[in-house]
Design a protein around this ligand. Structure first.
Ligand code: BES
Ligand code: ZN
Length: 853
């Protein structure tokens, strides 16, 4: 890689020009698309002479300035810019250019997903469509006319409302769309294709009638029902909880198979990865249904937190993403189970964000610099960002938080703002000083909190010490301000004290009067995104008695981790843990929650606690513990399985989902016995169940325990679903995650499967991405796992750099690896950075992992 340019927040400058209106005409042909872009532009900085437009890979045809054609001496084309020389204070500019969406494999800008034309413009895709001031603080009113062959592309969509249509005599037709809301270019979208559709309606609280349409490939219409239901739920929730109404007459969603991310909130025209739209019980798992509900809601919520109020610059990304993730988490918690949702959120944070935060790619939720902005749609900006908003919510309380968000919407509607503006609204309406709190936006790494307890003579003293890691550049960072929910329990589990402590100093001391030494329940609900360092042996007690569903879960996890760590040191299995596990099995509780409590800590969770990571000892100890639990509780596990196994049921209510979840957890644990009995059960479940949840769970067990049965079931599965790409994703994932010998060879061979296609990100993620998280085979000591993934990363980088840098995420663990794995990984990663044509996306991540300059 030659020189790379780093972009700094401190270099932010206001735009010298602004675009008032942008009228676009797209003529979509089979080989190319012609774009006519008419902009009315105003000079903001009167000292400025030339207009610089972003322009990437565009073939310029001609330019008109106030209706006069410009000759070539009046503009300059450089690698990523088009500069128009000597422009006035207010002018009209027409640019006509050509693009090649059919050849666009990066899936940014205008591209084709199968036979559908679609766009992805966040963060910087619009500059690949037409020359523009492509930054979020330039907001214009867009009018868009699409022209295409009527037979092939009967459906033509863009943002806003449909204005007019016309027919041409060459078989083409045209439709004009108008979006009255000024918006940044990243929210622009268009779609053209021959699509099926379902329709819905919603009446807002002020009695406005909104029509909703979900478009998909023909034949999939019936799979859009759950998405439509979710959209209505989201609209209602945002009215009830945030007082936010939808602001157009029309809400369109289009599902496409080729999409780099999950979904995109384009104004009035969301474009979705089909994974987050299409579902029925035969082809989608319970987790898929939940995922659809939350992603549909997330993109809908952006209409206020993102679109109406957008980001001044991309360093502010967490302003819209952290806040919107927090909103979608609360939505899912309200509609489903609060306790399960909170645990799932924390699990996701730890599995992805904590790993990032302890690596050289750590960054604050508001970064200071980037090379490729696409790399900053991270777990830190999103999930940690959501935790920061949640802390504000906890500090303010429900009522004041609502006042503060009202103030935020009222003050900044229609503007492109900064996280500081959001914090201003929170602190002024919330009546809380957030000055020190701001450090959460500017510092990186996960703070630890050391807990010391002392009891004497009716006085319980809690001493908390913040251990704040250094920044990636080695500089020291300062203590944080955060809410810490705690309770003190007596020996029967009763809460004798319940409080939200405010921690702000490096060392804090809290004193309580109690008659006997209490048991501490700390960081309840995970009130702050920190790591608690505590040495005690109360886990069994808390697992049994704590009324806080999060701490109960957390104690089970911590106890599990400690048990496994002790086994890794060669100690016997801690029977106290086994007993506590048995107690959970015997207890009555919500079944989805129970399934979570019964889940042993992930290898990743254990690994995070180690200074130096070696995978084999971790999963060997974990497997041994699993087997021991399965043996000890065989009868009980079988009983729970039998009670909850209802193969003919495909209901999606909480109870049915809970039943599937807990019985599949039991079956998975039982599979550690490697007995024929359990294999037969899994096989019967595969053949007899009517839900995808049950079939996938059974397949996974068969694949990992019986090559013979697995082969038969997989063949059946393949035959049945080979034409359904969303189901094939599951097929590839099961095989790529397999712990069986020979997995790497099978993954390599699967690349030639008819159902596989390297151009489709979902498939790459299911096969290569999932393999890169298969710690057993990816980290194999022959180094072949690393070599394979790096080979793929280099290949795929040529097709789609964003997809390739996604694969680079699997290497973020580098620094913590044992010397053998580290050396093997380094050899492969060195190949990446010395690849002359490597993209800046991949270069940025890999060079940071290897700490190159
Ligand atoms: N605005 C993003 C989509 C996006 C992601 C654009 C990355 C450009 C680069 C969208 O709102 C989003 O956050 N989507 C998530 C799913 C969401 C539920 C967290 C995604 O695509 O993963
Ligand atoms: Zn988002």
């Amino acid at each position: 890689m030659s020189k790379v340019e780093t972009i700094y927040l401190k270099d932010y400058k206001k735009s010298e020009f602004t675009v008032k209106t942008c009228d676009l005409v797209f003529e979509l042909f089979e080989e190319h698309t012609q774009v006519t872009n008419l902009m009315s532009i105003i000079k903001v900085d009167k000292n400025c002479k030339n207009l610089v437009l972003n322009s990437v890979d565009l073939e310029l045809i001609e330019i008109y300035l106030n209706d006069a054609k410009l000759d070539e001496s009046r503009y300059v084309i450089e690698k990523e810019t088009l500069t128009v020389l000597d422009v006035g204070d207010e002018f009209k500019l027409i640019i006509i250019n050509k693009i090649y969406p059919q050849l666009n494999s990066e899936l940014e800008g205008l591209y084709k997903s199968g036979n559908i034309f679609c766009t992805q413009n966040e963060p910087e895709g619009f500059r690949r469509i037409t020359p523009y001031i492509d930054r979020p603080d330039v907001m214009a009113v867009f009018k868009t006319t699409l022209v295409a062959n009527k037979e092939r592309y009967p459906i033509l969509l863009s943002n806003g409302n449909r204005e007019s249509n016309f027919r041409l005599d060459d078989g083409r037709h045209g439709i004009t769309w108008f979006d009255p809301h000024p918006k940044p270019s990243y929210l622009f979208a268009l779609v053209a294709g021959d699509l099926g559709v379902i329709e819905g309606k919603f009446i807002t609280k002020s009695k406005k009638y909104v029509r909703m349409y979900i478009y998909t490939d023909k034949g999939n219409e019936s799979k859009c029902k759950h998405a439509m239901k979710s959209l209505k739920e989201a609209m209602k929730w945002d009215e009830d909880v945030y007082g936010r109404e939808y602001d157009l007459d029309l809400y369109n969603i289009v599902a496409v198979d080729s999409f780099n991310m999950g979904a995109m909130e384009n104004k009035g025209l969301n474009i979705f990865n089909s994974t987050y739209v299409l579902a029925d019980e035969d082809t989608a798992t319970d987790a898929n249904f939940m995922g659809i509900q939350s992603v549909i809601a997330h993109e809908y919520f952006h209409n206020w937190t993102g679109n109406r109020i957008t980001c001044r610059d991309w360093f502010q990304l967490t302003l819209k993403e952290g806040l919107t993730v927090f909103r979608d988490q609360c939505f899912s918690a309200d509609l489903n189970s609060k306790e399960v949702q909170r645990i799932e959120d924390v699990k996701a944070l730890r599995e992805r964000q904590f790993v990032e935060d302890s690596s050289p790619t750590a960054h604050p939720i508001q970064p200071n610099s980037y090379i490729a902005i696409n790399n900053f749609y991270t777990a830190t900006v999103y999930e940690k960002g959501a935790e920061i908003i949640r802390m504000i919510y906890t500090l303010l309380g429900e009522e004041k938080y609502r006042k503060a968000t009202d103030l935020y919407f009222q003050t900044f509607d229609g503007q492109a703002v900064r996280t500081d503006d959001f914090l201003w609204a929170m602190s002024s309406a919330g009546g809380v000083d957030l000055k020190q709190f701001e450090r959460w936006y500017h510092q990186s790494g996960t703070p630890k909190l050391k807990v010391d307890e002392k009891f004497d003579g009716g006085k319980y003293t809690l001493t908390l010490t913040q251990i704040v890691p250094n920044a990636v550049d080695g500089s020291a960072q300062k203590p944080y301000f955060f809410p810490l929910k705690i309770a003190l329990l007596d020996e029967s589990g009763k809460e004798i004290e319940k409080k939200t402590l405010i921690v702000s100093k490096e060392i804090e001391e809290f004193v309580f009067k109690t008659s006997a030494k209490p048991i501490l329940s700390i960081n309840r609900d995970f009130s702050a995104p920190i790591i608690i360092e505590q040495t005690h042996n109360n886990y069994a007690f808390l697992m049994k008695h704590d009324k806080n569903s999060f701490v109960k879960y957390e104690s089970a996890q911590s106890f599990g981790v400690e048990t496994i760590e002790a086994m890794m040191r060669g100690e016997e299995i801690d029977e106290e843990f086994v007993k506590s596990y048995g107690h959970i099995l015997d207890s009555e509780m919500d079944l989805s929650y129970k399934a979570l409590l019964l889940e042993l800590p992930s290898v990743l969770a254990i690994m995070q606690r180690e200074e130096v990571v070696d995978f084999e000892p971790i999963y060997e100890a974990k497997e041994k513990l699993q087997k021991h639990l399965a043996l000890t509780f065989k009868e009980k596990l079988l009983e729970i399985y039998t009670q909850n196994h209802k193969p003919a049921s495909k209901e999606l209510d909480a109870k049915s989902i809970g039943e599937r979840s807990v019985k599949n957890r039991c079956l998975k644990l039982l599979s550690a016995l490697e007995s024929d009995e359990v294999i037969m059960m899994a096989n019967a479940q595969y053949n007899g169940s009517i839900t995808m949840t049950d079939r996938v769970a059974a397949l996974d067990i068969l694949e990992n325990s019986s090559p013979e049965f697995s082969a038969v079931a997989l063949e059946h599965f393949y035959k049945k679903y080979k034409d359904d790409t969303l189901v094939m994703n599951k097929y590839f994932s099961i095989l790529a995650a397999s712990h069986r010998d020979g997995t790497l060879d099978r993954v390599m061979a699967l690349q030639n499967d008819d159902a596989y296609n390297e151009l489709v990100p979902n498939l790459v993620r299911s096969l290569i991405g999932v393999f890169a998280r298969n710690y057993k085979h990816f980290h194999a000591k022959d180094g072949l796992g690393y070599r394979f993934v790096v080979d793929k990363m280099i290949d795929i980088d040529k097709i789609n750099p964003q997809m390739a840098s996604g694969l680079a995420g699997a290497f973020k663990i580098y620094e913590k690896l044992n010397s053998v794995n580290k050396k093997l990984m380094k050899t492969e990663l060195d190949r990446v950075v010395s690849e002359p044509s490597i993209s800046k996306n991949v270069y940025e991540i890999v060079s940071k992992i290897l700490k190159i300059d």
